[in-house]
Ligand binder design. Structure first.
Ligand SMILES: Cc1cc2nc3c(=O)[nH]c(=O)nc-3n(C[C@H](O)[C@H](O)[C@H](O)COP(=O)(O)OP(=O)(O)OC[C@H]3O[C@@H](n4cnc5c(N)ncnc54)[C@H](O)[C@@H]3O)c2cc1C
Length: 392
């Protein structure tokens, strides 16, 4: 019997488990997939720039506050994970350049400027000459002909998702968390409105049950399927994103390059790997890559860095972002179940929001008041209350 059982071993589930274990709880994590196959593994790992001042009050809408709250925890988490595991998760405040080469991306950046001003995010409009100085390798002909606007944001940050996940998993194990890979939720046992056990079909179809005092469902794009086992309906949807990975000389690019509002980007890793992303596709649970999207990403990168055109990518992949109808994550109680929580729907920001989400859920499960109000992320807001009856 554990204090807490977390369904989901992606970045959200592992972060919650690590936080709870750090507070002395005995925790079990159940994951249908092996570590390299969880959707979180596929992410790019950008943390969009926030206000550099960590001592002022959180500002803006509830999701903007959650983002700042999470952002402020990441450096501390990276240091603690390194201390506990020896794994460097690649947390690096490398800064970014937002550039517009079309009318559309110029308009997107104008919207972003309004938001940066409102949230006091440091940003600086830069000239073509400044851009060349900051990133001398960008194709001079292309940017001279097409650049409409460019901004420098010194506080944009990156992590390396596979390393962050490896570190989280190892740190969980070090803190005594039991991690069960290959276990798929089949059903829940309920007594008097409380979940008492989750029943799994394990590897080789061997069934097993995990008993715990409290449960949290953090099953990413599959959360809806898990909640259906409780006869609850949470409208979630997977959004596919594709990535192209190149190996270049270390230091070729110095900053994250966001095209427009950052739906398309290039991320230089310190060892020379260069990630090019991404797409947002509504194709169900299909994680294949497509020639059309890979070609679009390669063309986009090739315009700015022509030397990539003749190179073969080192790898390509796709992952599924857990989406919700209003674009907000759901973080809070599972309605009508006394001892169950929900942390899902983090869409394009699961890594960035993972630290804040873990604190909110761990505070809630430990019965202490949270540092942020959670109503805006409640399941009721997401329509869960319209669900049918609970299983008995
Ligand atoms: C291309 C791409 C780029 C991205 N870039 C960024 C970025 O730059 N910054 C950022 O912050 N975020 C980014 N994201 C988003 C981020 O990856 C997601 O928001 C995050 O990974 C979601 O994590 P999760 O733990 O909720 O879900 P997942 O990682 O999907 O984990 C779900 C877990 O639930 C388990 N599970 C599912 N069903 C069951 C079941 N029936 N029984 C048992 N276990 C089950 C799975 O096995 C898995 O362990 C990106 C995503 C993609 C695809």
């Amino acid at each position: 019997m554990h204090d807490c059982c977390i369904v989901g071993g992606g970045v959200i589930g592992l972060s919650i488990a690590w936080e709870l274990a750090g507070r002395g709880k005995s925790v079990s994590v159940v994951s249908r997939d092996t570590p390299q196959n969880v959707a979180s593994w596929a992410a790019a790992g950008i943390f969009p720039a926030q206000s550099g001042d960590t001592h002022t009050q959180l500002r803006g809408t509830p999701i903007e506050r959650l983002t700042q709250y999470s952002d402020q925890l990441h450096r501390q988490w990276a240091e603690a994970l390194f201390e506990e595991t020896g794994i460097d998760n690649g947390f690096r405040r490398c800064g970014s350049l937002a550039i517009a080469t079309t009318k559309e991306t110029e308009a997107e950046i104008l919207d972003s400027v309004e938001k940066w001003d409102r949230l006091q995010v440091e940003h600086e409009s830069i000239s073509l000459k400044d851009l060349r100085k900051l990133e001398p390798v960008l194709d001079s002909g292309f940017i001279t002909d097409h650049l409409r606007s460019a901004y420098y944001l010194p506080h944009e940050t990156q992590v390396r998702p596979p390393r962050h996940l490896k570190a989280l998993r190892k740190a969980c194990l070090n803190r005594g968390v039991e991690v069960l890979d290959g276990g798929q939720v089949q059903s829940f046992n309920l007594e008097s409105g409380r979940i008492v056990a989750v029943n799994l079909e394990g590897q080789n179809a061997i069934p097993c049950s995990i008993h715990a005092s409290q449960f949290c469902i953090a099953a990413g794009a599959w959360s809806q399927h898990v909640l259906q086992k409780l006869n609850l309906n949470l409208p979630t949807r997977p959004w596919r994103g594709q990535i192209v990975l190149h190996k270049t000389d270390p230091g070729l690019l110095r900053h994250i390059i966001n095209i427009g509002s950052g739906l398309d980007y290039m991320i230089p890793r310190s060892d020379g790997h260069l990630l090019i992303g991404s797409t947002i596709e509504d194709v169900g649970f299909d994680v294949s890559t497509t020639p059309f999207s890979l070609e679009r990403l390669s063309t986009l990168a090739g315009e700015l860095l022509p030397e990539l055109i003749s190179r073969k990518p080192e790898a390509v992949w796709a992952g599924l972002r857990p989406g919700s109808p209003d674009g907000l994550p759901t973080i809070g109680r599972v309605p009508a179940v006394d001892n169950a929580w929900l942390a899902t729907g983090h869409y394009r920001s699961g890594f960035h929001l993972s630290t804040g989400t873990a604190h909110l859920i761990a505070d809630s499960m430990c019965g202490i008041s949270t540092q942020l109000q959670m109503e805006s992320f409640s399941a009721e807001r997401a329509g869960l209350l319209e669900s049918t009856r609970l299983v008995s």
